[in-house]
Design a protein around this ligand. Structure first.
Ligand code: NAP
Length: 289
């Protein structure tokens, strides 16, 4: 069994992107520029945006965080988005989700110019991705592809079972792995799937993205399967200084001995997702989408 080390892969890719940025600028182009909009005071969102800012510095991007108060109206946010859409200096931008309840996330996503939509959430990008056209891929599925690529995990002809059909993780993941080049036979499961245990047990590659801590147990996994655990659930713990710990969707201790590869939580999928945002911003600067 091999543990997939997301931190190590992320560090390697960060260096590669930094080199590409240097070459891009040496050819006379401006420094790629990413803007993040953060509305309100959600603690987790502030942490995520902080990580993104730090990663931008590390790869050599220019970055700005627009911090807007919780009371920002939908119209005000849409006006900020319109400005960023029109600003020729800005290559790409993201609006950190979740947004306060009074703002429609879908309206916001659709207001972003698809050419600057480096989160890859705009329906135009989803459509381009499904059609196999150049697109900004959503960060988590793209990060998982990077992990599979790095560890040279065979996917062609393999049965991949994805648990969870969200627009940001499960559904694009299932689509991408079914495309030419990855060539998996994919089953996409959700809360209405029947005989889920048996379906999961038939998977050569299992991608757990349902958000239910330690849901996938050893009896659901066949010997030698590849396990990608996307889930992150924060639970109380008296064994950590902070008083809480993170659990994945897979019962790691009992599943790990059975499989060929497994991502830990934390340290597996999480660290790699931010790299996709960097890749997308570089693509945006180069006008590749
Ligand atoms: P989500 O939008 O809540 O979607 C969860 C999906 O799981 C839904 O499709 C749901 O089915 C399905 N599901 C729920 N209970 C199920 C069950 N008992 N059996 C089978 N399917 C079930 O979640 P998400 O945004 O995709 O996130 C999933 C998890 O990944 C969360 O823990 C989240 O924190 C984590 N996450 C991690 C990263 C990372 O960087 N590592 C990134 C994004 C998300 P229905 O559609 O039928 O309701």
């Amino acid at each position: 069994m091999q543990i997939i080390d997301g931190k190590e892969v992320a560090a390697k890719l960060r260096k590669e992107i930094a080199t590409e940025v240097e070459q891009w600028m040496a050819a006379g182009h401006p420094r790629p520029y990413l803007v993040a909009i953060l509305v309100g005071n959600d603690g987790a969102s502030q942490t995520y945006v902080g990580h993104k800012e730090k990663c931008c510095n590390e790869v050599g991007f220019r970055s700005t965080v627009l911090r807007l108060p919780e009371e920002t109206t939908e119209a005000q946010l849409l006006a900020e988005i319109a400005q960023l859409n029109a600003d020729p200096e800005v290559d790409g931008f993201i609006v950190q989700l979740p947004l306060p309840k009074h703002i429609s996330e879908q309206k916001v996503i659709e207001a972003i110019d698809p050419r600057k939509d480096v989160d890859g959430f705009h329906p135009v990008n989803t459509g381009r991705m499904i059609s196999g056209l150049p697109a900004y891929l959503p960060a988590t599925p793209d990060g998982i592809l990077e992990l599979l690529r790095h560890y040279k995990i065979e996917t062609a002809g393999k049965h991949c079972v994805v648990i969870g059909r969200s627009n940001i993780v499960g559904r694009p993941m299932a689509n991408l792995l079914s495309q030419k080049g990855w060539d998996c036979t994919v089953t996409l499961c959700h809360s209405r799937t029947q005989n889920l245990k048996e379906v999961v047990r038939s998977g050569d590659i299992i991608i757990a993205a349902l958000g239910k801590a330690e849901f996938v147990t050893a009896d659901m996994v066949k010997e030698g399967a590849v396990i990608i655990d996307v889930g992150i659930t924060r639970v109380k713990s008296d064994k950590t200084k902070t008083g809480w710990k993170l659990l994945g969707d897979v019962k790691f201790d009992e599943v790990a001995p059975k499989c060929s590869y497994i991502t830990p939580v934390p340290g597996g999928v999480g660290p790699i997702t931010i790299i996709s945002l960097m890749k997308n911003t570089l693509k945006a600067a180069r006008k590749e989408v």
